[in-house]
Design a protein around this ligand. Structure first.
Ligand SMILES: [Zn+2]
Length: 469
């Protein structure tokens, strides 16, 4: 059965990737059409081979097989690296000198989700590119041919590349929680070569995620790791999301270090060899991060939330480091600039293993503002961006100090508050940060008032954290 065109459920063509519920909005036919269309784009740019990997979800092998059929039907050869975390696929594009890469992954979503992330050449592909892909498939605007498939084993090369930058000054005890996600494929090849003592939790790749959900931005998903860190007396604990492109970390006292706190530590480290460099963080990050980057001699840059957007901006301004609250961290100083959480874990281990202080002491040494977690609450897709615009216009008219790089981030003498619309869900996202509790209450009241004027109520029991965007 050769399709002449293919229509996607428009809901799955998202801002940064393609993702949906398997058997409902995502089927093998979608994966085949994605392969055919990406294969077409690769060929029209003069390329002919694409690397492909897939995560540990139960539906991944079937979707991968269909995607390979589509790529081959476009006349593109596939280098199949098999079960792998997303960053291992990114690495394979460089290592195998492929013209692009496709990862079948549902990232941190529930087990019945799946989707696709990819690279076109060495670049990410998002926003309007994804709409173009949908339109091409809808018209059957495809190349034809007969590509081949080859299996490629890259784990050894990948682990060696990650380990190359590890230079610990002392032995550490570290707990690692791969959450039954795809990092389970590569964790042993890395930690077995590290000095020190290492405890790996939930190593077996299992797409039903039996231990806990693989999303380290949600504190309850870190409880097992916290317990292990305490039980074994570890110096630190490191957690991954389901496809290994986001990191979470725990100090020796079992406390979470959030993405913006970790980024302070990595920024100080990178700035030692790259003084004056630009370091990028998303609008959700604490003011502490931007202040500390400046204090360490760097140029802080606030940018939009969204891993593809940040990656593209990083390449544009030549930043050696960038990151998001969500745990997507990008090292470009001596690495490729993509978000590899296992590599980030090793760079954190380097810092702790070469410092006089413990990770807990580093955490306590940071300024401690009071802030809300990321507050997420429902708002219709056709309303969410308008609400943010209305709030912005009213505040501008009132002479407020604000940044509109992504939503509105309003600065007052108490601190700041942020309101933005999720690019991927019918949700508004807010965060507030102040020097003290009284200031935080004033900021929350200001946020509530700003929303109220647009007829939106900030729920009292608003859901905290727990998503990419
Ligand atoms: Zn992910």
């Amino acid at each position: 059965m050769t399709e002449v065109a293919h229509r996607f459920d428009p809901f799955i063509l998202r801002e940064y990737d393609i993702r949906g519920i398997v058997g409902k909005t995502v089927h093998a036919a979608d994966a085949r059409a994605i392969g055919r269309t990406i294969g077409t784009l690769v060929r029209r740019k003069g390329g002919k081979k694409v690397a492909l990997g897939f995560d540990g979800r139960l539906s991944s092998p079937e979707l991968a097989a269909a995607c390979i059929e589509g790529l081959n039907a476009a006349g593109v050869d596939v280098l199949n690296i098999g079960l792998a975390a997303t960053p291992m696929l990114y690495f394979s594009v460089y290592h195998l000198e492929a013209d692009g890469g496709i990862q079948i992954t549902g990232s941190h979503n529930p087990p019945d989700y799946n989707g696709v992330k990819w690279m076109m050449g060495k670049k990410s592909f998002f926003g309007a590119d994804i709409q173009t892909l949908g339109a091409m498939a809808g018209k059957g605007d495809w190349e034809s041919g007969r590509g081949k498939v080859e299996t490629r084993e890259i784990l050894g090369a990948y682990a060696a590349r990650l380990l190359k930058d590890v230079k610990p000054g002392k032995n550490l005890k570290v707990a690692w929680d791969t959450g039954n996600g795809a990092v389970g494929v590569s964790i042993r090849a890395v930690v077995d070569k590290l000095p020190g003592t290492h405890f790996v939790l939930n190593e077996k790749v299992d797409g039903t995620f039996p231990a806990h959900h693989p999303d380290p931005t949600v504190p309850k998903n870190l409880e097992q790791l916290m317990a292990e860190v305490k039980k074994q007396g570890c110096d630190l604990g490191i957690a991954f999301d389901g496809d290994g492109d986001r990191i979470g970390a725990i100090d020796g006292k079992g406390r979470v270090l959030w993405g913006d706190q970790l980024l302070v530590l990595w920024a100080r480290d990178v700035l030692k060899t790259r003084p004056g460099a630009t370091i990028i963080a998303d609008v959700k990050a604490s003011q502490v991060l931007f202040d500390e980057i400046a204090r360490a001699g760097g140029k802080p840059m606030m940018f939009k939330t969204g891993h593809s957007l940040i990656k593209a901006k990083m390449a544009e301004v030549g930043a050696p480091l960038a990151g998001e609250m969500s745990g997507h961290i990008f090292f470009g100083d001596i690495f490729y600039g993509f978000d590899d959480a296992l590599y980030c874990g090793l760079r954190l281990l380097n810092i702790v293993a070469n410092a006089k202080e413990s990770l807990a002491e580093m955490r306590d040494g940071l300024p401690q503002p009071v802030n809300t977690p990321e507050l997420r609450f429902d708002c219709d897709d056709d309303r969410k961006f308008n609400v943010v615009d209305e709030v912005k216009v009213r505040l501008q008219q009132a002479g407020a100090t604000l940044s509109d790089i992504d939503g509105v981030r309003v600065s007052t003498k108490d601190g700041w508050w942020l309101l933005r619309a999720s690019n991927t869900q019918p949700v508004l996202v807010a965060r507030c940060e102040a020097a003290d509790a009284a200031g935080l209450e004033r900021l929350k009241d200001a946020l509530k008032a700003a929303l109220g004027a647009s007829g939106v109520t900030l729920p009292d029991d608003v859901e905290a954290g727990g998503s990419h965007h």
